[in-house]
Design a protein around this ligand. Structure first.
Ligand code: SF4
Length: 460
């Protein structure tokens, strides 16, 4: 069995195949992390550095092997060190390196004290990918202390510290641990294309495998469980899915006719490379406004820094050059709609609606204008799902608009890239970063036009 590390729990929560490829994949097939993810990782390291600078602690020497570092960690524990940074805990071929071990009062094999693990994370809640790693450290400590600590701590991105009960997470942990052990022992995890692939280093490799195998997970939003069930009924790939007998399969518990029809049409669309019309959509015959916001997380706060719109081919925007100008940009945005009574305000996804509601709660404004804006929103993603099957693996605006022939001028244009541009703008004051954001935001609005026009043209 391959040595198991805490990072495998993090990986498993995202995608079990990640763990399989970690152990057995060809590392040359991995692609580098995106600039955005590299920046996020750097922020994580900076945050950890900021926190540890406040404490005095013992730490195993960096040059040591795992085995030597584990021996030194044990010495620190026997010496009753209050806090140990990056301790190494080994049990057979299991290796754990929490951010901290913190001394606690209570009987253990060590004496009248024991240790509890703590991790520093930039996230704002006790995510599963964090708690599973911490349960792993608790599990590893059992050998040394005679029992697993009943609690662990998470130092979160907003500076708060959560102390959580190990038992609340242990069943889930035990289940994942046993699956990871199976994978480490050689059990193959099949490809499964899903939302997690977008940021995964194995993305190119897995997509090429899935395409070669005509894999069912290429059907947008199909779950692992449904794929397993379809396979039980002989539906093994896209070609089979394109021919499924909906009446027959809908008798099987858990398969609805709507889902079966969607999977069948999605498979057909992927095979033919053509979109399929499901229904028409009655767009109200009023002025069309294509809208997109850009926002970012600064410490604890979500900040909307750009409200961009395309109206009658003109790009109009309200920009908070600094996060402190968010309120001003919000008021200008509301003001813009003062005299507008009838309009369609197109967005892509429910994100804009939820951010507008948050901003109204935060800063207020004219309720009548706000209500009018909200009631005129049209979510094109919902419209797409109702009206059209596209031959794409994801229904993001990027994938749909690209299929329709729309191109962004920047090769690396993406929501996460625009976050990076905004933080570069704040760090350097160089307008070129702001201009890139404006261009990207405008093109997102133009992409909405491409999608809306495609659906409208289908209506005839
Ligand atoms: S690309 Fe997707 S399927 Fe492959 S390992 Fe990553 S998340 Fe899993």
């Amino acid at each position: 069995m391959k040595p198991i590390r805490a990072t495998n729990f993090y990986g498993f929560v995202k995608c079990p195949r990640k763990v399989y490829l970690y152990f057995f994949g060809d590392p040359t097939k991995k692609i580098p992390y995106s600039e955005f993810l590299q920046q996020k990782m750097k922020e994580g390291r900076d945050y950890e550095r900021e926190i540890i600078s406040k404490f005095r602690f013992a730490q195993p020497e960096e040059a040591l092997s795992y085995k030597e570092a584990a021996e030194q960690t044990l010495k620190f524990m026997k010496n009753k060190e209050k806090l140990i940074y990056q301790p190494v805990i080994i049990q057979d071929n299991l290796i754990g390196i929490p951010d901290f071990l913190e001394i606690k009062k209570g009987k253990s094999k060590l004496g009248n004290y024991y240790y509890q693990p703590m991790d520093i994370k930039t996230g704002l809640s006790a995510k599963k990918k964090y708690t599973m790693q911490l349960c792993f450290y608790c599990y590893l400590l059992e050998d040394i202390q005679g029992f697993s600590p009943d609690k662990f701590k998470l130092w979160l991105g907003d500076g708060s510290i959560m102390e959580l009960k190990t038992q609340d997470y242990f069943n889930k942990f035990a289940d994942i641990f046993s699956k990871i052990k199976d994978i480490a022992g050689g059990k193959k995890e099949q490809v499964h294309i899903c939302g997690a692939c977008k940021d995964c280093q194995w993305k190119d490799f897995c997509f090429s495998v899935a395409e070669k195998e005509d894999h069912l997970s290429l059907i947008f939003n199909i779950s692992r469980n449904n794929i397993r069930k379809l396979k039980d009924f002989g539906v093994k790939n896209l070609k089979d899915a394109a021919k499924i007998n909906i009446d027959e399969l809908s008798k099987v518990k858990g398969f609805g006719k709507t889902s079966l029809k969607r999977w069948k049409l999605q498979a057909r669309s992927l095979i033919s490379g053509k979109s399929v019309k499901l229904s028409s959509y009655p767009f109200p015959d009023v002025q069309d406004i294509y809208f997109d916001i850009e926002d970012t997380q600064i410490k604890n706060n979500k900040i909307v820094y750009l409200f961009g719109m395309v109206i009658d081919k003109e790009y109009k925007y309200f920009l908070a050059e600094k996060p402190s100008e968010e309120k001003k940009a919000w008021k200008s945005f509301l003001d813009f709609f003062k005299d507008k009574k009838q309009f369609n305000l197109y967005v892509y996804s429910g994100h804009e609606k939820s951010m507008l509601k948050k901003l109204f709660k935060k800063y207020g404004g004219d309720k009548k204008i706000f209500d009018r804006i909200i009631s005129n929103l049209i979510d094109l993603l919902s419209v797409v799902k109702k009206t059209t099957i596209f031959p794409v693996y994801s229904y993001s605006i990027k994938d749909i608009a690209k299929f329709l022939g729309f191109r962004w001028s920047s090769k690396d244009a993406s929501g996460s890239q625009s976050l990076l541009w905004y933080s570069e703008w704040m760090a350097t004051n160089d307008k070129k970063h702001l201009n890139k954001i404006l261009e990207y935001n405008k093109e997102d609005c133009l992409a909405e036009i491409a999608v809306k026009e495609h659906i409208e043209n289908q209506n005839y």
